[in-house]
Write a protein that binds this ligand. Structure first.
Ligand SMILES: Nc1ncnc2c1ncn2[C@@H]1O[C@H](COP(=O)(O)OP(=O)(O)O)[C@@H](O)[C@H]1O
Ligand SMILES: [Mg+2]
Length: 252
């Protein structure tokens, strides 16, 4: 089995001639919970969209599971579960209908599909509400349904793009626990966020991103040592030192 799950090489996206993702090279290995930490506008979602091939790069290359994305798109996309920042669920469909619609896109049918729908709804704690319309769900429940829709095909790589923005603390903790659980049962995870505490709590390695670039990458302790010589410093101070910005001030 290949050990490098994702490799980007000089990945770049320009809008109106301005690079919003700029020459980004990184490697994510099997079993990691990799955190991409950066303020709003840093280029996190654009990076994730290029990895999932929903945005075409201006330059550079993406390899997933050792294969070049563009030439193996169909095959590698099935091995990814992408939970987008913008909710992708339909309010006028019931919870189970949402899950079924998305999971069926991955080719599951019949009993296998029914089982995957129930298991994913159970996984996010929504199976009891499976017959309710998504539009009646709270923000946290919608987020959880969004996750159920993306995990039913048992992906090896899970990509979460700011899954805890604007939801209650209980749903937030639930989602973080689920991410750790998925990782313990074998999934590699990419976790994108501008919340330092979350990234620090669950991620094995963290990349700090600002203005389209990765400024530093390492475990939380490594990042702290890089900046301070020892780890007697908060991740927030690391961020400030490296970018000259306070992450909290620029939260949106
Ligand atoms: N489709 C687009 N057209 C033009 N500019 C875009 C588009 N998508 C994103 N951007 C810009 O690219 C920058 C990075 O956005 P994004 O990747 O969403 O950052 P993040 O997810 O870190 O908040 C922002 O300045 C944003 O306005
Ligand atoms: Mg984003």
């Amino acid at each position: 089995m290949e050990n490098v799950i994702l490799k980007t090489t000089q990945l770049t996206k320009k809008y109106n001639n301005k690079a919003v993702v700029d020459d980004l090279s990184l490697e994510i290995r099997r079993g990691e919970i990799f955190g991409l930490l950066g303020p709003n506008g840093a280029g996190k979602s654009t990076t994730m969209n290029m990895i999932c091939s929903t945005v075409a790069p201006t330059a550079g290359r993406v390899e997933l599971f050792g294969k070049e994305l563009r030439s193996h798109r169909k095959e590698v996309i099935r091995r990814i579960g992408y939970i987008p920042q913008e909710l992708a669920i339909h309010g006028n469909l019931k919870a189970w209908e949402n899950a079924e619609m998305f999971i069926s896109l991955y080719g599951l049918k019949g009993e296998k599909l029914r089982q995957a729908v129930t298991e994913s709804l159970e996984y996010v704690g929504l199976n009891e509400c499976r017959n309710e319309f998504a539009k009646h769900f709270s923000g946290g429940m919608k987020r959880r349904l969004n996750i159920a829709c993306a995990i039913g095909h048992s992906p090896e790589l899970l990509i979460f793009d700011e899954p805890t923005v604007g939801i209650d603390p209980q749903s937030r903790n639930f989602i973080l626990e689920k991410i750790k659980e998925s990782n313990s049962s074998g999934a590699t995870v990419i976790y994108t966020s501008h919340y330092m505490e979350e990234v620090e709590a669950i991620c094995t390695r963290i990349a700090i991103m600002d203005n389209g670039r990765i400024i530093a990458c390492g475990s939380s302790a490594e990042l702290k040592k890089m900046v301070n010589g020892n780890d007697d410093i908060t991740l927030e101070e690391v961020f400030l030192t490296l970018t000259g910005k306070k992450l909290r001030d620029i939260e949106g």
